[in-house]
Design a protein around this ligand. Structure first.
Ligand code: NAD
Length: 515
């Protein structure tokens, strides 16, 4: 089932955006399991070519004033919203997600673009810093682009996680070589087309496609900085590789995200709200809730309300807004989800709802699934399922809930529901996760682009969004100017006397707060 927007003409244009020779591969139309698109496949030689072109283009881009660069992103923002139906069509065709989830996805690059349009002039301008000797020595901090940034992105949010990360890199004056997942390359390629239509200089954004370790590995081995989103396993390999070359990296990795339902919640409203936190994008969301801890005084009534809300979710394949939830993206994802549920069931877990594939809807559909009686020997207890499966656990006190939630090496996202928001937020500060959402699953923190987003523990290194999301693509350069010679004593001043004067100055500066 090809979506309306994917015409032969568009496909031909997207193919020209890949730096590659004659080799090709074919991606899957997820709703049917048939063929979606044949696209060029890059070699490591093509990666070298991509970097050469990007390096040449980057020089002029970095030399241009920021005020000359920003209008490209203003036009991109307009083009993105104008062409949202095409973007949503492509995202759906290659991921199998629902139209609602596709629309939510394309909002991320729009939010990020408008955020950095507003803040980049302030964040990137040179800043006066206190010099060593006030009056005699002045200092300023400048921000230089890294050069050519490599972005490697996954299949679950192929448009948001490619565009949302590469736009700040471009804004900061870098070129980008992007390697999306091969299954989900159409929407990021269309994003590249929109950027070029918005006036991005030719060659500044290169796209290479191919096998992760080979083509992704070549990107990591050549770039000046790597922005990676994907699994913790791959992230660890990338960090090692980048470390060997002493290039920086940011790693946005997996999670096993907890939700805490405190004893004072409004049960019906919380259950309704929690469903989206667990099952949006069929649970294939790094921020998705996979563990819900519920105060034991309300456990049964919450479980009943939550299961009822889960049962209302509409699953279907289609390019309209009728479905709440779409398909899983691949046979591999379906296999992991089924394995986790079957293993839990075999070891004594109770399936409250769901727990089965839905081949009648499409080859990779799986029902939203709620489990209880999950124990540590079950796969889904600690490992990321990355699908529509959530386990409910009771707790007796806030202390116990915090301890249980923190019992993981991951630390990406968490959620706390409570009628007393101050108390819920206080509980939230005790959780070891990069984002905490009070009375929401994930969107409040993720959508707050002024605040950093990323993981603690094995969930990642570095942050996207906020000042960090832009400044990570720059090097700080300090330019200090000695206006009056104070650092070398005149020949006629004995060094002993000079040290006394210096010590007295240091004391004075400390007292009056200058140093
Ligand atoms: P993955 O690590 O298998 O692949 C991610 C990307 O890396 C793909 O483009 C892939 O081709 C490439 N790749 C694979 N091996 C590579 C290697 N050795 N060197 C260089 N590149 C390589 O992850 P995935 O299965 O595609 O994505 C799902 C995972 O991503 C989940 O664990 C999910 O939690 C995580 N994720 C995290 C975030 C976040 O923001 N923290 C967002 C989305 C997904």
């Amino acid at each position: 089932m090809r979506p309306g927007a994917l015409t032969d003409d568009l496909l031909d244009r997207l193919r020209t955006r890949v730096t590659a020779g004659d080799a090709t591969y074919t991606s899957t139309a997820v709703f049917t399991g048939g063929e979606l698109a044949t696209l060029p496949e890059s070699t490591t030689g093509d990666v070298t070519t991509a970097f050469e072109r990007a390096t040449r283009a980057q020089q002029a881009w970095a030399a241009a004033d920021l005020s000359a660069r920003l209008p490209v992103f203003e036009r991109f923002h307009d083009l993105l919203l104008k062409n949202r139906d095409t973007v949503a069509d492509l995202i759906q065709a290659e991921t199998g997600k629902s139209r609602r989830d596709a629309f939510e996805e394309l909002c991320e690059p729009a939010l990020v673009t408008s955020y950095y349009l507003r803040t980049a002039p302030k964040l990137l301008r040179p800043r006066k810093r206190a010099g060593l000797m006030p009056g005699a020595i002045g200092a300023a901090e400048h921000r230089r682009p890294k050069g050519v940034v490599g972005i490697i992105s996954p299949w679950n949010y192929p448009f948001a996680l490619a565009l949302g990360d590469l736009i700040p890199a471009l804004v900061a004056g870098n070129a980008v070589v992007l390697k999306p997942d091969s299954q989900t390359a159409l929407s990021p390629l269309y994003g590249a087309e929109l950027l070029y239509r918005a006036g991005l200089p030719e060659d500044l954004l290169q796209v290479v496609l191919g096998d992760g370790p080979t083509i992704g590995g070549a990107v990591v081995d050549t770039c000046d900085y790597i922005g990676f989103t994907g699994s913790t396993r791959t992230g660890t390999q990338i960090a090692e590789r980048a470390g060997k070359r002493l290039v920086g990296c940011s790693l946005e990795l997996g999670g096993k995200n907890p939700m805490l339902v405190l004893d004072d919640v409004k049960i019906a409203a919380t259950a309704k709200n929690a469903v989206r936190g667990c099952f949006a994008n069929a649970g294939q969301l790094c921020l998705s809730i996979e563990r819900i801890y519920v105060h034991d005084s309300i456990f049964d009534s919450f479980a009943e309300a939550f299961v009822a809300e889960t049962g209302k979710l509409r699953l279907s394949a289609g390019y309209d807004y009728g479905a709440d939830i779409g398909s899983l993206t691949s046979q591999r994802a379906l296999k992991t989800v089924a394995e986790h549920v079957d293993d839990a069931r075999a070891k004594g877990a109770t399936v409250l709802t769901g727990g089965r594939p839905r081949p009648d809807l499409g080859p990779f559909f799986y029902e939203p699934t709620v489990l209880t009686d999950v124990t540590p020997e079950m796969l889904c207890h600690a490992a990321e399922t990355f699908g529509p499966v959530v386990s409910l656990y009771p707790f007796a006190s806030d202390e116990e809930a915090v301890a249980l939630a923190n019992q993981t090496e991951y630390g990406l996202n968490a959620s706390v529901f409570g009628r007393d928001r101050t108390r819920a937020a206080a509980v939230g500060t005790r959780l070891r996760t990069g984002t905490v959402n009070i009375n929401d699953g994930y969107a409040s923190a993720y959508g707050s682009t002024d605040a950093p987003m990323g993981g603690m523990g094995v969930s990642g290194l570095g942050r996207r969004h906020g000042a960090e999301g832009l400044l990570k693509y720059t090097e700080a350069q300090t330019i200090a100017t000695q206006r009056v010679t104070v650092l070398n004593p005149p020949r006629w001043v004995p060094y002993g006397l000079y040290t006394k004067v210096m010590a007295a100055s240091l004391r004075l500066m400390r007292r009056i707060g200058l140093r």
